[in-house]
Design a protein around this ligand. Sequence first.
Ligand code: SAM
Ligand code: DTB
Ligand code: SF4
Length: 331
Amino acid sequence: MTDLSQPIARKIWALAEVEALFALPLNDLLFQAQSVHRAHFDPNAVQLSTLLSIKTGGCSEDCGYCSQSARHDTGLEREKMLDVAEVVDAARAARDAGATRFCMGAAWRGPKEKDLETVESMVREVKALGMETCVTLGMLKPGQAERLKDAGLDYYNHNLDTASEFYGEVITTHTHDDRMNTLARVRDAGIHVCCGGIIGMGESRRVRAGLVMELANLNPQPESVPINLLVQVPGTPLCGAGKAGDLDPLEFVRTIAVARITMPASHVRLSAGRQELGEMGQALCYLAGANSVFYGDKLLTTGNPDVSADEALFAKLGLKTAPVQGRRCAH
Ligand code: SAM
Ligand code: DTB
Ligand code: SF4
């Protein structure tokens, strides 16, 4: 079946082209991003996803940014998996607060068979509330994506996180190819892909451009693209100036704009790091083409703007929070 959300003749992005977008004068970049945004979406609508950590801490992987790795001393307590009822209560509260998608995250390298059964129940029950469902469980083995699809899963989040050339600087316990394999399994099972990355990890602009290029060259492009600004968690290898350093917020805005231009029909999500950006920084991200956010007082283990602060900002900016409908467009 033809996927009408994708361009007819697919453009394959070269690194130099993406770097050239990053290098534009900011006004030109924002104008281009805003024009692309308006051609594909209602420019004043933002989609709201709420996150819940269903299994926190004790992860076997060594991702250098992550509070939940058992290999980093972040002071985070390892917890057992939440009960289905607790998850459904949280999803109902998120729905009643205005979220349209509920994203359940687990600190796993990948799900064990028994755990997957519990996640299937969570997906079934959250879906029954009328919400879109999303899970992020790490790497999937053959057959697992199909089980999630059968349970009613709409989206699977699995980030490339950074460009392949920088991947080994951030994570050594799995590879960029492992991530690509899971993304292929998710696609083959007919689940929508949510795939993005993190910036502000001490990477160069070339690496940021490489990440956006790799995301944009996924075929088909991911339906959702979360762009995270590193949340610096004490005890993680990437925490602290001199290692990761602080990224200029305008570089984050540029990354959103380049993601918007290169993935015109995708929802680009302004993700972790919103507390650092403040209202003006976030407003610029919406101008740059972000049309989705994580909504709720907490991300997985770290903070996020309060719901009341978001409501006030949406009102100030005149943003509607209804589900965003993409427009089909020939370019
Ligand atoms: N364990 C699964 C995995 O790694 O795919 C799912 C959960 S993991 C926490 C989901 C994503 O959260 C990561 O891929 C990363 O992009 C993001 N993330 C984790 N810690 C972060 C941090 N400190 N700052 C920004 N993003 C972070
Ligand atoms: C994504 O790209 N960002 C979310 C979600 N997908 C799972 C997670 C952000 C986590 C930020 C750090 C924390 O709260 O632990
Ligand atoms: Fe584990 Fe995911 Fe954190 Fe990596 S990002 S340590 S896989 S929870």
